[in-house]
Write a protein that binds this ligand. Structure first.
Ligand code: CP
Ligand code: NVA
Length: 330
């Protein structure tokens, strides 16, 4: 049966079947080849999209802008604090206004409910560019990169290290469970994903041939892994006060040479970025001075090593986001 995603929102991966995810990955591959070959693909000329950001961004914003422009779309960017939404105008009112002017809406912000409500009220496809709970467009880029580098998704041993209940980790667990990967969260128990989501993912993994494992043991969690993935220890929207406890909890879950040796030479390293792997950022330098750690979730050595494919992964954000825009607006 053909897949048709026209008119659909992309709010979380839980809403999509493995076949639909497969379709988006294949479409992203087609767009990547077209971009490389210089083949124009302004298939959506005459349509317009708006990008609504309540948190900062480099990759997601630029991916939506470039993908939109490559597809011939008009693109409006609203930065954090520059729209009336929430302050002078309710979310349902803003959604209905944007839905009258635009063919699609990207939203990055805090609550998952906001992006769900935008979709309910606007009447046009809404794409989740990250909420506190999920980061679904990131997942398509991650799956695409794994498949490009390892040649398969099914059966891949995938380990996430760090804050395993953040938006990226939650989404990775869902993505792996849907697509038949063996997902391991390697983290302190207090940062394990929520029980309901683990249960949901275990059911999905049963159907796909994957699995979901939670462990506090670094060696057990990383030995023989094909993919080692980490994310920043404190996410956008969390108060600065949590740094101290988070560092204490997660220091032992840093991706370093020892972890990559447990995994083995076949393993690749992924990170959604941005990353604190040195002191060349203001926050990185502040943390180094305050807590005496110059590298956080990943060492500079691993980040810069041949096993690290983080910039291929970042590029794939654009190709996969283009697939989502095209499939839902065409
Ligand atoms: N990975 C990611 O979403 O990056 P940005 O915060 O730069 O968009
Ligand atoms: N967990 C991170 C992801 C950034 C892309 C955050 O929410 O800040």
């Amino acid at each position: 049966m053909g897949i048709n995603l026209r008119g659909r929102s992309f709010l979380k991966l839980l809403d999509y079947t493995p076949q639909e995810i497969r379709y988006l990955l294949d479409l992203a591959g087609t767009f990547k080849n077209m971009k490389r070959a210089g083949t124009p693909h302004k298939y959506l000329e005459g349509k317009n999209i708006v990008l609504l950001f309540e948190k900062t961004s480099t990759r997601t914003r630029c991916s939506f802008e470039v993908a939109g422009m490559d597809l011939g779309l008009g693109v409006t960017y609203l930065d954090p604090g520059s729209s009336q939404m929430g302050k002078k105008e309710s979310l349902p009112d803003t959604a209905r206004v944007l839905g009258r002017m635009y063919d699609g809406i990207e939203y990055r912000g805090f609550s998952q409910q906001t992006v769900e409500d935008l979709a309910a009220y606007s009447g046009v496809p809404v794409w989740n560019g990250l909420t506190d709970q999920f980061h679904p467009t990131q997942m398509l880029a991650d799956l695409m990169t794994i498949e490009e580098k390892l040649g398969r998704l099914k059966g891949v041993k995938f380990t996430f290290m760090g804050d395993a209940r953040n938006n990226v980790a939650n989404s990775l667990m869902v993505a792996c469970a849907k697509m038949g990967l063996h997902f391991t969260a390697c983290a302190p128990e207090s940062l394990f994903p929520e029980a309901w989501l683990v249960e949901e993912c275990r059911k999905l993994a049963e159907a796909s041939g994957g699995s979901v494992t939670l462990t506090e043991d670094v060696e057990a969690g990383t030995r023989g892994a094909d993919v080692i993935y980490t994310d920043i220890w404190v996410s956008m929207g969390e108060p600065d006060e949590v740094w101290e406890t988070r560092i204490r909890l997660l220091k032992k879950y840093q991706v370093n040479r020892r972890v990559m040796e447990y995994a083995g030479p076949q393993a690749i390293f992924l990170h959604c970025l941005p990353s604190f792997h040195d002191t060349k950022t203001t926050i990185g330098a502040e943390i180094a001075e305050k807590f005496g750690i110059p590298e956080m979730e990943v060492t500079d050595e691993v980040f810069e090593s041949p096993q690290s494919v983080v910039f291929d992964e970042a590029e794939n954000r654009m190709h996969t986001i283009k697939a989502v825009i095209y499939a839902t607006l065409k």
